[in-house]
Design a protein around this ligand. Structure first.
Ligand SMILES: O=P(O)(O)O[C@H]1O[C@H](CO)[C@@H](O)[C@H]1O
Length: 296
């Protein structure tokens, strides 16, 4: 667990130095020693989207507190279970709840599960999240396929790749112009088309939270090319991609960003969870179908 000294910065608190290969391997082995399946697909459930975990058959459920060196989920709508089982007959590992930096975790710790997945042999990571709609043509309840991200927080010492680089995870200078794989987006789009589910596509803007954004911040994020905003996913996508895994990410638009000054509309987490719960089954249907195409 990271520690922070206020007067002289303990570099381990903001870098990946604490999560050595051996320590990550220890977590990965702990899980593998307790299950027979060897999933090649990992799924991360965002706020209010954990219902996907309930679709997993023959499930072994590990509450996060039982897993050595694993953080705890502290956010409403994030159950805190790691589930290994079969979705649509395909072996998967599913995180029912993720970690956010506003919970007090370094971004290295928030993204630790991606490194664990890598050492378990996972090849494809499916990230889901709740997000605020920046793109004015989006409606509440829309599903947005993430094409790219803009992540000002990752331009700072919050970047989870800062610190000693162990090449067994990935390269010192990873390319990031192709994180969200086009072939996976194409498959997802064709599944949605077949099911006649409308899909948006756009860029995810990542901020640290926990506060929702000011009007001026939202306008800046729109100028930067953001179509949806949230406090997760981009950090995980960065580390998963760095580790050589394929990434597909999907945002559920739970609220429209309020970009008028002096508006009396406010985003709130209760509404985020409520909309996510209402729309979760559509997302679940798409992901359940998708995994059949990813088990190569
Ligand atoms: O990104 P997920 O985990 O879905 O959660 C989203 O919902 C919370 C805000 O309501 C924030 O944590 C935001 O990132």
């Amino acid at each position: 667990m990271s520690s922070l000294f206020v007067n002289h910065i303990n570099i381990n608190a903001i870098t990946n130095n604490e999560f050595t290969y051996d320590r990550v391997k220890n977590i990965s082995d702990w899980i593998l020693n307790r299950v027979d399946l060897r999933p090649k697909i990992a799924i991360v459930c965002g706020s209010g989207l954990g219902g996907l975990g309930e679709r997993v058959q023959d499930a072994r459920i590990f509450p996060y507190e039982e897993i050595p060196d694993f953080p705890r989920s502290t956010v409403v709508g994030h159950k805190g279970n790691l589930i290994v089982g079969k979705l649509n007959e395909i072996p998967v590992i599913c995180m029912q709840g993720r970690f956010h930096s506003y919970e007090g975790y370094s971004n290295a710790l928030c993204t630790l599960p991606m490194k664990v997945f890598k050492l378990m042999g996972v090849q494809t990571v499916l990230l889901t999240c709740a997000a605020g709609g920046l793109n004015q043509s989006f409606k509440v309840g829309d599903i947005m396929l993430i094409k790219d991200h803009v992540a000002p927080l990752l331009w700072t010492l919050q970047n989870p790749l800062i610190g000693h680089n162990d090449e067994r995870f990935g390269p010192r200078f990873p390319a990031c112009n192709n994180i969200y794989k086009k072939n996976l987006r194409d498959i997802f789009r064709s599944i949605a088309e077949e099911k006649q589910i409308e899909l948006q596509e756009g860029n995810y803007a990542y901020l640290g939270g926990p506060n929702y954004e000011t009007v001026t911040e939202l306008k800046a994020l729109i100028q930067m090319g953001g179509d949806a905003v949230g406090a997760s996913t981009a950090n995980e996508a960065l580390v998963a991609s760095y580790c050589g895994m394929n990434v597909l990410a999907i945002a559920l638009i739970t609220n429209k960003a309020v970009i008028e000054y002096d508006s009396q509309d406010f985003p709130c987490h209760e509404e985020v969870i409520q909309i996510a719960n209402q729309k979760a089954c559509v997302l679940q249907e798409l992901v359940t179908e998708l995994v059949k195409f990813l088990d190569f």
